[in-house]
Write a protein that binds this ligand. Structure first.
Ligand code: ZN
Length: 258
């Protein structure tokens, strides 16, 4: 992997799964050629951990947001805390935000209110957003059409080609990672193979979404070269070309990363 720089656009390096060996995980990622790692927060309680990891590991850059699965326990004043973290922390995006209409229990109306409030915050700061979207693509698109932000990334994208095109039309790129490494993921692999390469960015979502070769184990950012190679294989392209093109896509959609 010489030459091209890999960018993991979604990695929860602050997660408890990495508490025992975080320096080794970061070291393996660096050796694997992962030059930048975007670390999105999920709730106010981990804003500080995300900030300190990004100070400690130079490859890491933060995003701050309240994830839809955490809005149940979020309080109104957390939005002010979010704004403080965004103002102080040199974030590349607002995230991880979005809608999750799969998790139980859930309050969909509350999720939409928190998502909309955070889109307004992103718009006011001219920041892109990192989206978590599960069983809620059309509802997310509806909010994005109402509250225009300067694009971002639909992380772990798993929708239709029509939905992909809708995100692209709104200035978004689509995050692909471990899920496309499974042979049975036929629709997702078809998308990974046929979407314009300019639509795609790479991610691990570590410690989650382990690629096929890990089984049920912990995912980590050092897996990104193999994930890139899987995408290259699906598209019939050299891995270096896919890595360079997807890195350009990240820099276009997350200008703060430069
Ligand atoms: Zn995430």
């Amino acid at each position: 992997m010489t030459g091209a720089a890999l960018i993991d656009t979604h990695c929860h390096l602050d997660a408890a799964e990495f508490d025992a060996d975080r320096p080794a995980v970061a070291e393996r990622a660096a050796r694997a050629g992962v030059a930048r790692i975007v670390v999105p927060a999920v709730e106010r309680a981990n804003f500080g951990a995300v900030a300190s990891i990004c100070r400690e590991y130079p490859a890491c850059v933060p995003a701050y947001g309240i994830h839809p699965m955490y809005v149940d326990r979020a309080r109104d004043e957390d939005l002010a805390a979010l704004e403080r973290s965004l103002d102080e922390g040199e974030p590349v995006a607002v995230g991880e935000i979005g809608l999750d209409f799969f998790a139980e229990p859930r309050d969909e109306a509350r999720q939409v209110r928190w998502f909309a409030a955070q889109l307004e915050i992103a718009r006011a700061r001219n920041l892109p957003v990192l989206l978590h979207v599960r069983r809620a693509v059309d509802a997310v698109l509806r909010e994005l059409r109402r509250i225009r932000v300067p694009g971002g990334i639909a992380h772990a994208f798993n929708g239709s080609r029509q939905q992909a095109d809708a995100f692209l039309g709104l200035g978004f790129r689509l995050g692909f990672g471990g899920a496309m490494t499974f042979d049975r993921a036929t629709r997702l692999r078809e998308l990974a193979a046929t979407l314009p390469l300019s639509a795609i960015v790479l991610e691990t979502d570590a410690p989650d979404i382990p690629p096929a070769w890990i089984g049920r184990g912990r995912n980590e950012p050092a897996e990104l070269p193999r994930i890139a190679a899987a995408l290259a294989g699906l598209r019939g392209l050299p891995a270096d070309e896919v890595i360079a093109a997807t890195a350009d896509n990240v820099r276009a959609v997350l200008p703060g990363l430069a």
